[in-house]
Design a protein around this ligand. Structure first.
Ligand SMILES: C[S@@+](CC[C@H](N)C(=O)[O-])C[C@H]1O[C@@H](n2cnc3c(N)ncnc32)[C@H](O)[C@@H]1O
Length: 452
């Protein structure tokens, strides 16, 4: 096993960014988790927090573009850490107007001296100064249009090709650019405790600038501040959740008193939303394959003051063997997926996904749905959701599922604002990141027929 390198905070933002980027690369760690852990562990102040976030995310998001810029200037082999140091320095030079070029270069040289030796520092200095003198190469001169788009937006070529085949050049181009934009910070109001206006007032008292979304009514956009640090969060008035992720609980449309199964529930973002929608009346069984993740659901329920959620470790692919047949009024299968809709939040995803992953995910998704049907009451509602925009995992899974389950039919997507309903088609709804600035997300609604 690779030994994790400790992140030591000595007040140097670039050095911390470099350590995070290296850990993401070497240990396949998630950038968002590592960044938050670093910020919380070392109590990094707001000013440094913003720069650390910007440099870490920006460098990761533009990795392939930065490599294209660096390529003509690098001779021979360089260590991985030196490459990441060069990438994050070129990121500042090209994308961050507020960082003077000489500051980016000087910082890089100092880090190279500390982490390596004088020789490496002089190589880093030479490369960065040559870039400043000669300028970066032009992406527009790449003749192959797919390669050009891939380098410009920093996505793997095979993925760009896959998106173009599914959605055409225009939509794909918009999406690839949107993937490099900073995500909007959104929270969901716990409607069992307060109204949106009451929560806005609480946030204002904490000097947080915020506004109600004009898409999902229970969603608030934070303009500044950090939601997880607010008293409103600690007191259970809000849940940190992307706006698209607020769709499944609405589409499930649970009623007070219903018995619900949330099959892939951890960490409980949607389970708690369902409980809020039910006014905390009824019962929800929240299952997940990973027992250790169930604690997170319990913690979230307790923080939000919800007491109708029971948790259990269940592999959804075997749910029908352990749960009573035809016993749930409605079921949510928020399936494991490729996550291609959340590349803004987790840019590492675009570099680590492999084409063969889609086939195995599609298979798991079908197994989960197969089991869900067996424990769903006749007339019951089933919602399938993913945070991906991949056709095979979305429409592909729905089509294959319906083909092997004549007792199921697509049901209307309901209980969403008109802007979203308009995007739905025949029981399915695909949201792209560029549509509302939320994550790419897919929802399908089914009904189990009464007569067989
Ligand atoms: C997209 S995440 C769920 C997010 C969650 N619904 C929420 O809103 O907070 C998918 C979840 O499926 C779980 N999972 C993966 N394979 C599973 C299986 N075979 N059975 C049940 N859960 C599974 C993962 O552990 C992960 O927590």
């Amino acid at each position: 096993m690779t030994k994790k390198k400790a992140i030591i905070w000595d007040g140097n933002v670039r050095d911390a960014a470099l350590t995070i980027l290296l850990a993401v690369d070497k240990n396949q760690a998630y950038s968002n988790l590592l960044l938050n852990q670093t910020i919380n562990k070392y109590k990094i102040e707001a000013k440094d927090r913003a720069l650390l976030t910007e440099i870490t995310y920006g460098t990761l998001q533009h990795k392939y573009t930065l490599d294209f810029y660096l390529e003509p200037f690098i001779r021979g082999k360089i260590d991985l850490w030196v490459r990441w140091l060069l990438r994050l320095s070129v990121y500042q030079i090209v994308y961050l107007n507020r960082v003077p070029d000489h500051a980016a270069v000087n910082e890089a040289v100092e880090i190279a001296k500390r982490r390596g030796h004088k020789g490496i520092a002089s190589t880093v200095n030479g490369i960065l100064r040559s870039i400043l003198r000669q300028g970066i190469p032009s992406i527009d001169e790449i003749t192959d249009p797919i390669k050009r788009l891939a380098i410009k937006t920093s996505h793997p070529e095979w993925l760009v090709q896959r998106f173009i085949e599914a959605y055409g050049v225009e939509k794909t181009t918009e999406m690839l650019h949107e993937n490099n934009m900073p995500p909007i910070q959104t929270v969901r109001v716990n409607t069992t405790k307060a109204t949106v206006n009451e929560v806005l007032a609480l946030l204002e008292k904490e000097h947080i600038e915020a506004k109600q979304s004009n898409v999902m009514p229970e969603c608030i956009h934070l303009i500044n501040g950090q939601a997880s640090r607010t008293q409103a969060f600690k007191d259970g008035y809000i849940t940190i959740q992307d706006e698209s992720s607020m769709m499944p609980a609405n589409v499930l449309h649970p009623q007070k008193g219903w018995r619900i199964l949330d099959m892939c529930a951890a960490p409980g973002g949607k389970t708690t939303h369902i409980a809020e929608k039910m006014g905390n009346e009824g019962s929800i069984l929240a299952t997940d394959i990973h027992p250790h993740k169930l604690d997170l659901i319990d913690e979230n329920s307790a923080r939000l003051g919800l007491n109708i959620i029971e948790t259990a470790p269940v592999d959804g692919r075997k749910a029908a063997q352990v749960l009573p047949a035809e016993s749930f009024d409605a079921i949510l299968v928020d399936a494991p997926c490729s996550g291609l809709g959340v590349m803004r939040r987790k840019p590492d995803i675009k570099y680590t996904k492999r084409e063969e992953d889609f086939e195995s995910l599609h298979k798991i998704q079908l197994e989960l749905l197969d089991n869900a049907v067996q424990v769903l009451k006749p007339g019951g509602r089933l919602v399938y959701s993913t945070c991906t925009i991949d056709r095979e995992e979305n429409e592909g899974t729905v089509k294959a599922f319906l083909a092997s389950h004549p007792e199921m039919e697509l049901a209307d997507i309901e209980n969403l604002p008109t802007a979203l309903l308009n995007k739905g088609q025949g029981g399915m709804l695909q949201v792209f990141p560029q549509d509302f600035g939320s994550d790419g997300f897919f929802v399908a609604a089914f009904r189990k027929k009464l007569l067989r």
